[in-house]
Every structure is written in structure tokens, then in C-alpha cells.
Design a protein. Structure first.
Length: 310
């Protein structure tokens, strides 16, 4: 599938989170990828706040989130940061990775994604997605580039699965994990229901070998941004030498004929993918079933309740 106008995916090299060039890199990729929210726009900034465990690596780095929020504030936008971990509490995860303190310094609010609204999937079953997200003016999606023990890699599209409220994500794993492509279809259905989404991916220090929580650091020095979350993922899959045969979400996006799933539709206004050493990234050696077993669901639910009482 070819387009008359290619989809921009802006890539920039940033050596580390403490680098003076981080804020500049964030600004470069957002501008080069065409992100231009009008002054006064309320922007839901959606990081990956997956777990308190290994939070400094498994979550979107606070410096990336702060740089994005400062960039928005400088343009007169009104950012607020929100997420809904499947197991645990958003404030606890933000505290574990240092995001709460970083946001307090720039007076940007942090809030849980609540108010589930039933979204009917393409296969006729429902999932509760936050009304805050579905009704947002603009979403700035801040995924962390990570290996994933079930999906091989998690990035921009998978991060939007976090818009499903809390424990409903785990239930989706349990209900649809062994039903063909339904789990991947539900994730892409959430993307399709979203308002305008722009993505800024944190791949400065990625997580590889395992994930989405228990992997190891991989210094890719990468920031990536695009108005199309599927295109960001396709660019990164290509950069890492992955193929659709290995990535269920990529296969599903191709089956839907989504333009961003085709590498030939992408344009790189800044760095080319070849400027990054994708051989550093090691995907999981063993891919686990997508489904969650009942015992894991019970443990996760208890953990979530305990964290809310802390």
C-alpha cells in the first residue's frame, strides 16, 4: 500500500536522560513530526506507568515526560499526565519511578484514568476504556520501547491499551488471549476510538531480553515521534530487524491495511533508522501465551487493592 504523502517519523539521537540535549531532542522530533497543538489545548500525556517493579527502567523516563510537558507549556497548551496501571496504583508507580516529583516541579497534574466507558470491539465484545481518554482533545502518547514476553515488543500502539481502565486490561488477556487475534484486535480497536494521538517514544534506554517489567537496559539512544502510532512502531520494528511474522500487533495492523504498518509509507525528516544500532536490542528468547491464568488475576487484583491503601 502506498500513499501520496508519506507519514513522518522523526528520529533523534540522545545519549542519555541527563544529557543537555534531551529537551532539544524532544523538541526536534515533536516539531519535525508535525505536532502543533493550539494554545489552550488540554493535552492528555499518556506515559507507560506499568509497575512499581523495576520502575526506573520499565516506565517512561520522567525526564522525557517532563521535557514533553515543558514543550507543551511553552506553546500555551495545558498538559496533564494520566495512566491506569493494570496492577497497582498510578500514584504508587509514579512515585517509584520519580515521575510524581518531576511533575510537581513544573506544576503539571498527575491523575488516574477513570470512568470506564464500554467500547464495543470489532468482534462484538466490550472493554471499558477511560472516558477521559475518549473525550480528550489531544493525546500525547509516551510509550517506553521494551521487549515484551507475550507480544515480543511493546511500543506506541500497545501503550494505548493502557487507556483501558485498570484491571480490565488483565481481564482482556484472560478473555481473549487464546481466541485467535482478538487480543491484538481489541488493542487496535482502542486506537481507532481515540481522538487525535501523537506519539513520542522513549527509546533512550530501552528494555530488552525480557519485559515489560523484568528486562535489562539497552542503550539505543533513540527518541521517535509521529502523528501515527502504528508508523512509530513500524519504524522501530524495522530498525530492530523484526518482522511481521514475529509481531502479532504488526500482523494485525497489516491485515487491517493500516497505512502506518507499511515501511514504504514512512518518511524520516531527521535521522534515518540506519543511524541506530538495532543489533544491540535482544528480543525475548521465549514468547509466552498472551492469556492470564486465574491465579495471576487474583494476585494482581489483591496487589492493586493493597497499593491503594498504602
Amino acid at each position: 500500500m502506498s500513499l501520496t504523502r508519506p507519514i513522518p517519523v522523526a528520529l533523534a539521537r540522545v545519549p542519555g536522560y541527563d544529557s543537555p540535549g534531551l529537551a532539544q531532542g524532544v523538541a526536534q522530533v515533536l516539531q519535525a513530526s508535525g505536532f502543533a497543538p493550539a494554545p489552550g489545548t488540554r493535552v492528555l500525556v499518556k506515559p507507560n506507568l506499568v509497575s512499581r517493579r523495576n520502575a526506573t527502567l520499565s516506565c517512561t523516563h520522567p525526564q522525557v515526560a517532563v521535557a514533553a510537558c515543558v514543550w507543551l507549556l511553552d506553546r500555551g497548551a495545558k498538559p496533564f499526565v494520566a495512566d491506569s496501571p493494570a496492577f497497582g496504583d498510578v500514584y504508587g508507580v509514579a512515585r517509584a519511578c520519580g515521575l510524581d516529583r518531576a511533575l510537581a516541579r513544573i506544576n503539571v497534574p498527575l491523575t488516574p484514568l477513570l470512568a470506564p466507558r464500554t467500547l464495543t470491539t470489532s468482534f462484538g465484545q466490550g472493554i471499558g476504556v477511560s472516558a477521559q481518554a475518549l473525550d480528550a482533545e489531544v493525546i500525547l502518547n509516551l510509550p517506553k520501547l521494551k521487549a515484551h514476553g507475550q507480544m515480543v515488543m511493546t511500543g506506541a500502539v500497545k501503550n494505548l491499551f493502557g487507556l483501558a481502565v485498570g484491571f480490565r486490561k488483565a481481564l482482556a488477556h484472560a478473555r481473549w488471549g487464546e481466541q485467535g487475534n482478538r487480543f491484538e484486535a481489541a488493542i487496535l480497536d482502542i486506537l481507532a476510538a481515540c481522538p487525535s494521538v501523537h506519539t513520542l517514544m522513549d527509546g533512550v534506554t530501552a528494555m530488552h531480553r525480557d519485559g515489560p517489567v523484568g528486562g535489562d537496559p539497552c542503550p539505543l539512544s533513540l527518541l521517535a515521534a509521529s502523528p501515527d502510532p502504528v508508523a512509530v512502531d513500524t519504524a522501530v520494528y524495522t530498525l530492530l530487524g523484526l518482522t511481521p511474522a514475529r509481531i502479532p500487533l504488526w500482523r494485525e495492523a497489516l491485515a487491517r491495511n493500516l497505512p502506518g504498518a507499511f515501511p514504504e509509507n514512512l518518511a524520516y525528516p531527521l535521522e534515518q533508522p540506519t543511524a541506530f544500532d538495532g543489533t544491540l536490542f535482544e528480543p525475548p528468547k521465549r514468547v509466552l501465551p498472551v492469556t492470564f491464568r486465574p491465579l495471576r488475576l487474583v494476585r494482581g487484583r489483591i496487589k492493586s487493592l493493597l497499593e491503594r491503601w498504602r
